[in-house]
Ligand binder design. Structure first.
Ligand code: ATP
Ligand code: MG
Ligand code: MG
Ligand code: MG
Length: 475
């Protein structure tokens, strides 16, 4: 089943069951606490918080999401991308645990001829929050899942909040057993690659107080009990298309093929080059979706997220052996792959290509100059018997040659060196302070904006990922 069809079926199923279909919001979150949208519930946050009365009791969407904290997992696990689409159904004081569990089970297991996804029910495993007896009873007695395929997990996995005082509640997840070729048996509590998490059902029912991590008091009940769910479209596609990982599904596979044509490296030749090809497929797609929503590369905030992702993709193409520009062809492939679901990409093609190509040109220039400097610094360090690249070298690369620190870290690591990040950061800080002092001197007599800046910095530093964690964002 194609990705576009998975999406159509999702929306049709919930529309037929009284849900209002809401189009995906932009990746640029309309929310000062977020850089980018990490979960399907974000556009509905004001309804969940009770700030705005929802115009419907039930809604469904397929939301574009970006999770940069997952960047290190990309290509290494089979199931984490920086961009993915979260299919969601939402109830605002309408159905609760039982309704959510029944709807999910019906859609996943009803036959494909009847509009469902046709998954084999005996491969589905459920996790519930360790104290949520009610959810366990519903799965077992109402839905009919055998007790041995229901597992209890702790707060880290199965308790949801937004990282701040406000709504919270237990959640329950549906996982799919991909079989022994993906590892040992024992259920999702012990093996998350074999028993891949596909769908999270959040039962939003309590109000939490302040506290770090998951350590906070429950203050009472929310005025209404809500449902917020998220299913990863690419993860379901991976199962329905019977491929090994989410980068091999219809849409992403086209990008892998395009990268292999450009580099001559066969997919499947070696684990290391496969990971690089998957990183390229993931990152280029994320970059194009971000540019499509109006992000432009830069050195701060969203612009930096985009820059970092694009530059990583380009670097991986070079590691794979590409010597010239490759972004034009990769961009074309992503637009072709994604426009059946997002026709605006085709309409906006000229602008998207212009932004992507300009970033590639700038980076190739940077790379050429900086790589020589880095190589010299690396060999100097190694000939002196050192294993750590000095912080001032990393600083010079950043300051004069525009090398982001993670690029220096990666390139040094490839040659077996680490980097003295602490002194790099100290030098960066000193430089920022110098710049501030200069600016103050220039601006004598004008208002001091540093207090506003501090507020903006702290607001930009926190990222709510939607289901259970607040994660620091690269800024
Ligand atoms: P995992 O434990 O696998 O990292 P998660 O618990 O962080 O997933 P949720 O926050 O519960 O994920 O998000 C809801 C659903 O979105 C997940 O069940 C999964 O199907 C999908 N999803 C989450 N993160 C990613 C990702 N990085 N790439 C693709 N799909 C994802
Ligand atoms: Mg995760
Ligand atoms: Mg999880
Ligand atoms: Mg989850």
């Amino acid at each position: 089943m194609e990705s576009a069809e998975i999406r159509r079926r999702w929306l049709r199923f919930f529309e037929e069951r009284g849900h209002t279909v809401v189009p995906s919001a932009s990746l640029i979150a309309d929310d000062p606490t977020l850089l980018l949208v990490p979960a399907g519930m974000v556009p509905f946050k004001p309804y969940f918080l009770g700030e705005v009365k929802p115009p419907y009791a039930r809604a469904a969407s397929v939301q574009k999401c970006v999770r940069t904290p997952d960047i290190e997992e990309v290509g290494k696990t089979t199931r984490h991308g920086t961009f993915f689409q979260m299919c969601g159904n939402f109830s605002f004081g309408d159905y609760f645990k039982e309704g959510a569990a029944e709807l999910a089970w019906e859609l996943l297991t009803s036959a494909q001829e009847d509009g469902g996804y046709g998954l084999d029910p005996s491969r589905l495993w459920i996790t519930v929050y360790q104290e949520d007896d009610e959810a366990e009873r519903i799965w077992r007695d109402v839905v009919g899942v055998p007790a041995e395929r229901i597992q209890r997990l702790g707060k880290e996995e199965n308790y949801w909040d937004m990282g701040v005082p406000g709504p919270c509640g237990p959640c329950s997840e549906i996982n799919y057993d991909r079989g022994p070729e993906f590892g040992e048996e024992g259920g999702p509590a012990v093996n998350d690659e074999r028993y891949v998490e596909i769908w999270n059902l959040v039962f939003m029912q309590y109000v939490r107080g302040p506290g770090a991590g998951k350590d906070y008091p429950i203050l009472g009940d929310l005025p209404s009990r809500n449902i917020d769910t998220g299913l990863g479209l690419e993860r379901l596609a991976m199962i329905l298309q019977d491929v090994h990982n989410m980068f091999e599904i219809d849409t992403s596979r086209m990008v892998i093929d395009s990268a292999t044509a450009l580099t001559g490296v066969r997919y499947g030749a070696a684990e290391q080059s496969d990971v690089a090809l998957r990183v390229v497929a993931d990152h280029i797609r994320t970059a194009i979706m971000l540019i499509g929503d109006g992000v432009t590369p830069g050195n701060e905030g969203r612009g930096y997220v985009l820059r970092r992702i694009m530059r990583r993709a380009i670097r991986n193409m070079r590691i794979l052996g590409a010597t010239g520009p490759t972004v034009a062809e990769l961009t074309d492939t992503v637009i072709k792959a994604m426009s059946p679901q997002y026709p605006e990409l085709e309409e906006d093609r000229r602008r998207i290509e212009t932004v992507a190509l300009a970033e590639e040109a700038a980076f190739l220039k940077t790379l050429k100059a900086g790589t020589n400097i880095l190589d010299t610094a690396v060999s100097e360090t190694m000939s002196g018997g050192g294993t750590v690249l000095a912080g001032d070298k990393a600083f010079l690369l950043h300051d004069t040659w525009g090398f982001p620190i993670d690029l220096t870290l990666e390139m040094a690591a490839e040659q077996g060196l680490s980097v003295d990040e602490e002194s790099f950061r100290r030098l960066m800080k000193e430089q920022r302070e110098r710049a501030k002092a200069d600016a103050r001197a220039k601006k004598q007599g004008h208002a001091d904006l540093s207090a506003y800046r501090a507020v903006a910095d702290s607001a930009g530093a926190t990222v709510f990922t939607g289901y259970g964690h607040t994660e620091g964002e690269a800024a």
